[in-house]
Ligand binder design. Structure first.
Ligand code: NAD
Length: 313
C-alpha cells in the first residue's frame, strides 16, 4: 500500500501510516508532469490545496481514495472521482471551531478598529484618544450567516454569546433546525437588507460563484461588515473593491481570494477598510493536528475496510 501526501501536514497524522508499516511520501512539486509520474501507483492521496485535475487522476491507475485535509473539495475534480468510484473524504469534524473563531476575530477587529488604537498608543499619542473614529459593540447587532453547515452553526453559537440577533440563509436546512438553534431563517434579499454583519459559509460551486455581486451591494446597509472565509469567487472581488473604495459598506475581512495567492499589488491591498489573511482560518495548531489525524485516518480506515471486503468476495 502506498500513500502520497500532497503538501506538508502535521506529523501526528503520519504516525498512523508509520505504526502500520504503510509506505508514504510527501509531494511538494505540484506541476502536472511531476504529479502524473509520482501518483501513478499510489492507493491513496492526502491533499491540501493543490489541484487534482481529471488528467492527473486518469493516470492514477491504483487510486482508491482522495482524502482532503480540510472540508472544501473544489480543488479536486469530483465529477471524475465519482464516475470512477474513487472515494472522497473530508475532515468534517476538524475545522469548524477554528474558522468560526477566525470570523469572530475579524468582526471584533473591524468593529473595534483595534489597529487604529494600537497605532495611536505606539506613536506616543495616548492622550489623543478622542481623535479616534467611532467604534462599536456587537451587542444586539444583526448578523446574516450564509450557509448553516458545520462552520455556520459554530459561528451562530459564538454570535449568540455576544447577544447578537442571528439570521440564517440556507434553503437546504429546515427552518425548524435553524429555529431550534435560536436563529431566524430568512430569505437572501431580506437578509442582505437588514444585516449589520454578513459571514459566508457556502461551498464554492456553479450556484455559489458570484453569490454576492455588484447589484447586491446596493441592498446592503452602509455600516455592513462583510467577512468571507469560505472560498474566493463567492464574493465578486471587483464588486467588493468598488464597494470599499466608495464607502458603500463599512469594511470587509477576507481569508480567501479568487486567485490564490493573490497577485502582488492586488488593488484590495491598498484599502484601509479591509483586513486580509492568507487562507489560514483553519490553521491553528490544534486544528492542523486534528486535520492531519482525520485525513490520514480516513485513508487508513477506507483502505483497510475495502481490503477486508475484497477478501470476503
Ligand atoms: P458544510 O457543508 O457543513 O456547510 C455548507 C452549508 O452551505 C450547507 O448547510 C449547505 O446547505 C449550504 N449551502 C450550499 N449551497 C448553498 C446555497 N446555494 N445557498 C445557501 N446555502 C447553501 O460546510 P462547512 O464545513 O461549514 O464549510 C463551508 C465552506 O467553508 C467549505 O465549503 C469551504 O470551502 C470553506 N472552508 C474554508 C476554510 C478556511 O480555511 N478558510 C476552512 C474550512 C472550510
Amino acid at each position: 500500500m502506498k500513500i502520497a501526501i500532497m503538501g506538508k501536514i502535521h506529523p501526528d497524522g503520519l504516525t498512523i501510516f508509520e505504526k502500520n508499516n504503510i509506505e508514504n511520501f510527501e509531494i511538494e512539486n505540484f506541476e502536472e508532469d511531476s504529479l502524473i509520474k509520482n501518483l501513478s501507483d499510489v492507493d491513496g492521496i492526502v491533499i491540501r490545496t493543490a489541484n487534482l485535475t481529471s488528467k492527473i487522476l486518469s493516470k492514477c491507475r491504483k487510486l482508491k481514495i482522495v482524502s482532503r485535509h480540510g472540508v472544501g473539495y473544489d480543488n479536486v475534480d469530483s465529477e471524475y472521482i465519482f464516475k470512477n468510484s474513487i472515494a472522497l473524504a473530508i475532515t468534517g469534524t476538524s475545522n469548524a471551531v477554528s474558522v468560526a473563531e477566525h470570523v469572530m476575530t475579524m468582526f471584533l477587529y473591524l468593529t473595534k478598529k483595534i489597529h487604529l488604537s494600537n497605532r495611536l498608543v505606539k506613536s506616543g499619542n495616548f492622550k489623543n484618544k478622542s481623535e479616534l473614529p467611532n467604534f462599536f459593540e456587537l451587542y444586539k447587532k444583526k448578523i446574516l450567516i450564509l450557509g448553516f453547515g458545520r462552520i455556520g452553526q459554530e459561528l451562530a453559537k459564538r454570535c449568540l454569546g455576544f447577544d447578537m440577533e442571528v439570521y440564517v440563509y440556507d434553503p437546504y436546512v429546515s427552518e425548524d433546525v435553524i429555529k431550534n438553534k435560536k436563529c431566524h431563517p430568512i430569505k437572501k434579499k431580506d437578509g442582505f437588507e437588514l444585516a449589520d454583519y454578513i459571514s459566508i459559509h457556502l461551498p464554492l460551486n456553479d450556484s455559489t460563484r458570484n453569490f454576492i455581486n455588484f447589484d447586491d451591494f446596493n441592498l446592503f446597509k452602509k455600516n455592513l461588515i462583510l467577512v468571507n472565509t469560505a472560498r474566493g469567487g463567492i464574493v465578486n472581488e471587483n464588486a467588493l473593491l468598488d464597494a470599499l473604495k466608495n464607502n458603500i459598506i463599512n469594511s470587509a475581512g477576507l481569508d480567501v481570494f479568487e486567485t490564490e495567492p493573490p497577485i502582488k499589488d492586488h488593488p484590495l491591498f491598498k484599502q484601509e477598510n479591509i483586513i486580509l489573511t492568507p487562507h489560514n482560518a483553519a490553521l491553528t495548531l490544534e486544528c492542523r493536528k486534528r486535520m492531519s489525524i482525520e485525513s490520514c485516518m480516513n485513508v487508513f480506515n477506507y483502505l483497510k475496510n475495502i481490503k477486508e471486503l475484497n477478501k470476503k468476495i
